[in-house]
Ligand binder design. Structure first.
Ligand SMILES: Cc1cc2nc3c(=O)[nH]c(=O)nc-3n(C[C@H](O)[C@H](O)[C@H](O)COP(=O)(O)OP(=O)(O)OC[C@H]3O[C@@H](n4cnc5c(N)ncnc54)[C@H](O)[C@@H]3O)c2cc1C
Length: 390
């Protein structure tokens, strides 16, 4: 079988590479080892938040992705919710960071609004009145339901003529004279002019010699979801004071350096916890998350189990912001992603002119993959035509 492009890995990053390749008229196949996407791309919040990134290329990829998601919602009925993102400051120091960020975003042409405490409480009556001192709102940002999105995206790719081959692990991929030769665990051979490897956090199958020296770490995140809470309506992406302290876009503000660390319980920072909320259409609320790290060669250090103490820390802090009874928790899970420790924001490695590894996008994949993949396909196939317009 001959293709212009074979994409190994059917998560969000691989799928958007396939989307842009198919849009450019390239005969494309995705090869995914699981029955459907089951990795980070379906275990995440589904918050599309370019506001969390520095004003660098990743922010612009995020802006592009946001417009593309909106287009998918309008034209293809994807579950994309246009309710914006709101960062809630809980101290005067955090508010000073938001005020400075507000100026920076406005100067860069990215729309946002500073909200007083009373405006925030008016919009979000479920928020405990003792928590906020003010907020920064990004009206243009969106959220998705990750599991739905991946099914909808794969369905759309198939309609565009992309072959989505599931239950098929790739165990070798070699650069031949002018093609990439793929061997699957079942012995199938697939040939393509080029292959892009978006293996996420799976390092067991391909290129052990390359990943042996790669600047990559594995990150474990704990997440919770409530039963439907019909009384509280909290539309959009809700991010909180600990997110203001954690996210890149705010770390660049002068006011960030003046934040008082003693205002935060060290158990929260030691477990990489910041509190995010996202309500689904059925009324259930997704709450998270924590961050624990290990070098990819020592990923056995990251337990597969849910740590009850960490979940309690998340719930106690969440309850301080939006109170709800603990009996409302319906499920809890862990998600894992790989992340590069380099400045680039992604791990890239080329083998000849045939094989292109792209992984380690970290915690920004749902926001930035569409934009990054558009540029990567353009570069790899030397295309003139892909514009950064959705
Ligand atoms: C809990 C959590 C919350 C998050 N929240 C957000 C958020 O709100 N917003 C945001 O922007 N980002 C968020 N992220 C980050 C985002 O989910 C990831 O950046 C993104 O999903 C990574 O996508 P990926 O395609 O690289 O990896 P994956 O989703 O892991 O996909 C890789 C795929 O490759 C397949 N594969 C690997 N090796 C092979 C092989 N040899 N053969 C065949 N198939 C193979 C795997 O089966 C897998 O399906 C979150 C992540 C987590 C875990």
């Amino acid at each position: 079988m001959n293709y212009d492009l074979a994409v190994v890995g059917g998560g969000i990053l691989g799928s958007f590479h396939a989307y842009h390749a198919a849009k450019a008229g390239l005969k494309t196949i995705i090869i995914e080892k699981s029955p459907k996407a089951m990795g980070a791309s379906v275990r995440n919040f589904g918050q599309v938040v370019p506001s969390g990134f520095d004003l660098n290329r990743w922010h612009h990829y995020g802006r592009y992705s946001t417009e593309l998601y909106k287009q998918f919602g309008r034209d293809h009925g994807f579950d994309v919710f246009e309710n914006g993102s709101t960062y809630i400051a809980s101290t005067m120091g955090e508010l000073a960071v938001l005020e400075e960020a507000y100026q920076r975003f406005l100067e860069s042409g990215y729309e946002c609004e500073l909200w007083s405490k009373s405006k925030l409480i008016n919009r979000y009556p479920a928020v405990d009145v003792n928590y906020p001192v003010g907020a920064l709102h990004f009206p243009q940002e969106v959220s998705v339901i990750p599991g739905n999105l991946m099914n909808q995206l794969h369905g759309m790719l198939e309609e565009m003529g992309v072959e989505v081959l599931t239950n098929t692990a790739v165990v070798r991929c070699d650069a031949e004279a002018d093609s990439a030769l793929i061997l699957t665990a079942g012995g199938m051979r697939i040939s393509a002019s080029k292959a892009i490897i978006c293996n996420g956090s799976d390092f067991e199958f391909l290129y052990p010699e390359i990943f042996a020296n790669a600047p990559l770490e594995l990150v474990k995140l704990q997440m919770l979801q409530t039963h439907p809470i019909q009384k509280a309506r909290i539309p959009g992406n809700i991010l909180t004071g600990l997110s203001v302290r954690r996210y890149e876009s705010f770390k660049g503000c002068h006011a960030h350096a003046l934040l008082d660390p003693s205002e935060v319980n060290t158990d929260l920072t030691d477990n990489g916890i910041h509190i995010l909320f996202k309500q689904n259409p059925d009324g259930s609320v997704v709450i998270g998350d924590s961050h624990h790290y290990a070098d990819i060669h020592r990923r056995d250090q990251l337990d597969f189990a849910e740590n009850g103490y960490v979940n309690d820390l998340i719930l106690n802090e969440a309850n301080r912001i939006i109170p709800f009874p603990k009996s409302k928790i319906a499920r809890a899970w862990s998600g894992y992603y790989s992340q590069t420790t380099s400045e680039e924001g992604i791990f890239e490695f080329n083998i000849e002119n045939q094989i292109y590894i792209s992984t380690g996008i970290g915690g920004k994949g749902m926001t930035a993959s569409a934009g990054y993949a558009a540029e990567n396909i353009k570069r790899i196939f030397a295309l003139e035509k892909i514009s950064m317009k959705a």
